[in-house]
Ligand binder design. Structure first.
Ligand SMILES: [Zn+2]
Length: 326
């Protein structure tokens, strides 16, 4: 299972939230993965994906969000080895479909990919989620940091980038032979993107790999270290750093007292430092057992958060018609 597939499988199974978010999501699927087909006088809308979970999600969204006539799902089996099946989700002609086509300005190639109404934050998250599901890829963080979303049109690339920027990300756009790529290269930006779209389990994995990788690199740079000491310090520090990077993504983080936050920041900045060294860096300084005590407090908080349900932030509760988050 590739890393991108893991992320997509998680996202495709998330709750679709309220009406506004479902529409935003479906809009992204259509903008980035849809095509219109006209045979004779009959119009049909097709969206193609090679991911079964994404096809299921699309089917559900089409059925619910725009009250369209029942969509069909066609499967094309790939004969060659290591090729995925291709799923085609198709909606056939109806007044509703024609209304949708004009509403989303699907026939105007150069029109900006605007949503009908001003978007709330939840809907921008939903749009980015679907964009990644239908046209995104993510490299394995063990190897490199790269997340990209492909689109045929410049105006869609610009709209995608604008939505990312609205969350504080700094995406880049590059022209390719047949279209455009909007991409993120930095590990913390990719982590933040996963957080924004609600891929929280994938994000935890991502953070663990990232912390481990950073730590390995730093430790490798240290030369005069006794092996036994290194292992012991590394194991403990690794666990503490995982805990802290997890906590930093929680709302709880902003409510932590400075005594805990300062120590946490120092731990991240100096992975190879011993507890005693960390204590000496604090103002006022603190003994080894005091440092240990605070670290354990952080660990307890993280454990408490992890046990709570992991419903992604940014979803309107199912059934609610409007979004108050903005
Ligand atoms: Zn919404």
């Amino acid at each position: 299972v590739t890393y991108a597939l893991q992320a997509k499988n998680e996202l495709a199974r998330l709750n679709t939230g309220s009406v506004c978010c479902r529409n935003a999501e479906l809009t992204a699927f259509i903008h980035l993965g849809g095509s219109l087909q006209l045979s004779g006088q009959r119009l049909s809308l097709n969206v193609v994906t090679s991911n079964a979970a994404v096809a299921r999600r699309l089917f559900g969204l089409f059925k619910r969000a725009f009250n369209l006539t029942a969509p069909e799902v066609l499967v094309r089996k790939k004969v060659r080895l290591r090729k995925n099946n291709v799923y085609l989700v198709r909606v056939t002609d109806s007044p509703k479909l024609r209304e949708l086509v004009s509403q989303l300005r699907l026939l105007q190639r150069d029109s900006p990919a605007n949503l009908p109404a001003a978007e709330s934050k939840c809907c921008r998250r939903a749009y980015l989620r679907a964009a990644f599901l239908i046209a995104g890829s993510l490299s394995n963080p063990e190897k490199s940091y790269h997340l990209e979303i492909y689109t045929d049109y410049l105006h869609q690339a610009e709209a995608l980038a604008a939505k990312m920027i609205s969350f504080g990300l700094t995406p880049k756009t590059i022209e390719r032979k047949n279209g455009f790529l909007v991409y993120l290269k930095e590990s913390d930006q990719i982590g933040e993107f996963l957080n924004i779209v609600g891929a929280h389990k994938t994000l935890l994995d991502f953070e663990n790999i990232r912390v481990l990788k950073d730590l390995r690199n730093r430790v490798n740079r240290l030369v005069n270290f006794e092996t036994a000491n290194v292992n012991k310090t590394v194991d403990a520090a690794l666990k503490q750093m995982e805990t802290i990077s997890f906590l930093r993504r929680q709302p709880l983080w902003h409510t932590l007292p400075a005594t805990l936050k300062d120590l946490a920041e120092l731990r991240l900045a100096y992975p190879e430092a011993s507890l005693q060294e960390l204590g000496e860096m604090l103002v006022p300084s603190l003994g080894k057992s005091g440092v240990n005590h605070r670290l354990r407090k952080l660990e307890k908080m993280a454990a408490a958060v992890r046990h709570k349900d992991m419903r992604p932030a940014g979803f309107c509760p199912p059934g609610s018609e409007s979004c108050s988050e903005s």
